[in-house]
Design a protein around this ligand. Sequence first.
Ligand code: FAD
Length: 315
Amino acid sequence: MEEVTIVGAGPAGLACAKGLADRGIKPLVLHKDWFGQKACGDLVEEEWFGHPVFPYLTPRAVERNFDRFTINFYGRNFARKGRWVSIDRGEFERALCEEAKRRGAKFRLERVARIRRKGKTFLINDRIETKFLVGADGADSVVRSFLGQEIEKAFAIRGYVKGDRESPTLYVDRGIIEGGYAWIFPKRKLLNVGVVGRRVEEVKRGWRKFTRGMEVRDAKGSFVPCSLPCKTEFENAILVGDAAGQINPLSFAGINLSLLCGSLAAEAIASSRSYEGLWRKEVYRRLRIFHLKGKIFWGSLMKQKWAGHLLRWFF
Ligand SMILES: Cc1cc2nc3c(=O)[nH]c(=O)nc-3n(C[C@H](O)[C@H](O)[C@H](O)COP(=O)(O)OP(=O)(O)OC[C@H]3O[C@@H](n4cnc5c(N)ncnc54)[C@H](O)[C@@H]3O)c2cc1C
């Protein structure tokens, strides 16, 4: 019988596994993909409202550092100061896994297809019995479906092209995508290019327009939450990261938040405190503000070409 089983080894599941292992609880982590497989823009903020990302990053996982960010609004550039890091996602996840393993966490490459309740415990894939279940299995979470929760989802595609740029850039232009944006984020040797928006077909069309003439490698699409989080705490079970909808609904960035909520999940499980209470106290007010800003910006303001000077109120 497992004490805690975490489904998913992305940023949320890994932060939770590490946090539990640090506190002497040795979770079993089940994940269906090898590390670094998730489609991602690979860009994180160095610090998200007082929560630094560096404790989760080894030097090898950091590809580039940036001190500004550009938003290209219908062809006009608006710079934003701040600190961002481009990461090697495979390296970042592998290093966190190794650290959690050294402290006693167990990892197994296994897809979770079936979960059921067995008295007060859970039975996963008809074989693995666990007292506590953590759903950290991303935007298409099977644990969230099992717990009867729903979230709204957007869609994003990313790929890699050769080239170099000085700073990460977002492209806001209805000619590319409605209600979303395209991006070019520089990495050590390549550029990460992508498009995100509400509807799959529109994103695919925007992707074709944006990458016309580029030699794109490894193009991949995935869903990304875009609503406020669902209920995240149940009897002996919780949801973390994309599985819970814990993402910035304005920028669709979720790595910083997944790491933070994964660590809070570990703290809550180890101390029998309310997980929902912990993460809501830390971030819910901010998420509501981002949600409102997202509705205003992507719903109407992005259509107004004169609105460039208002960007600083949103991003
Ligand atoms: C194209 C794209 C670009 C993005 N760019 C950025 C960005 O630049 N910066 C940023 O901050 N955020 C970005 N995001 C969002 C970010 O990727 C997510 O918010 C973040 O990865 C969420 O982490 P997570 O651990 O909750 O889930 P995930 O990273 O999705 O990890 C889910 C884990 O669950 C496992 N899993 C899933 N289903 C099962 C199953 N049935 N059985 C077992 N295991 C399972 C997977 O193997 C994986 O280990 C982007 C998203 C997309 C789609």
